[in-house]
Design a protein around this ligand. Sequence first.
Ligand SMILES: Cc1cc2nc3c(=O)[nH]c(=O)nc-3n(C[C@H](O)[C@H](O)[C@H](O)COP(=O)(O)OP(=O)(O)OC[C@H]3O[C@@H](n4cnc5c(N)ncnc54)[C@H](O)[C@@H]3O)c2cc1C
Length: 248
Amino acid sequence: MAKWLDAKVVGRTDWNDHLFSLRFACEDFPRFKAGQFTKVGVEQGDKVLARPYSLVSGPDDKEIEIIAVPVEDGMLSPQLHKLQVGDPLKIMSPATGFLVLDEVPKSRDLWLMATGTGVGPFLSILATEQIWQTYENVVLVYGARFEHDLAYTKLIETYAEHHPDNFHFVPIVSRETITNGLHGRIPTLLKTQSIQQKVGLDIHPDNSQVMLCGNPAMIEDATQTLIELGLSKHLRRSPGHISLERYW
Ligand SMILES: Cc1cc2nc3c(=O)[nH]c(=O)nc-3n(C[C@H](O)[C@H](O)[C@H](O)COP(=O)(O)OP(=O)(O)OC[C@H]3O[C@@H](n4cnc5c(N)ncnc54)[C@H](O)[C@@H]3O)c2cc1C
């Protein structure tokens, strides 16, 4: 049964002034599946003000991590942004959600496509052995406005070092150009085949599964482009190729 657990902030990373990660300890939090989310919140009187957040940490990590932005005029996220080491938090047990590898049909290639904080569940999935044992090629496509909005790039580079033949990282920024990545928006760069050419792989229903997470406009437009490439939305009752999670 779902219940609130007490947690305590043990670390924070400020990627810039509007993008941060919180790491917290919660000894009783049950094991979760990589890619899942749970509610995180703060006590307000006798109530808990909480919102769902994807877990960035892997299922084997001792501590739990989330990445978030302080949404202007948001009720909770500006409060989370102010939390410091030692501050208390509430976390809902257990985690839940279907953006997990067990829900994705088998295929040769797995494409993980995220914008902004949507990279969180994919970092959790990349931390598992399951992904490396299941797919011949794993591609992380990660979009943001500016290069400084791309979090965890050092961690992502370690996957490229450990899996040089089957991991491809495509950073994409829309408001400046970067040396090792692409410039523009994910849906457009899929349509022009720029992402596929950069990686050297095609996206085809016979060999590709795609997981999408992040900005709703990106999800909608990328889904449309992928459908034009012959892929279809994946549902339990009707297997396809596109699995997604919307944050709002
Ligand atoms: C399954 C799920 C997983 C989620 N995981 C994350 C996560 O890992 N990290 C995260 O930051 N948020 C995540 N969210 C969104 C999060 O739950 C909150 O909506 C967000 O933090 C804003 O809460 P708030 O109380 O400050 O804003 P509210 O007062 O509730 O206002 C909500 C509005 O904030 C905007 N908004 C919500 N999320 C974002 C965002 N990430 N970036 C920009 N604008 C946003 C939208 O316009 C939305 O309508 C997730 C949502 C869902 C449904």
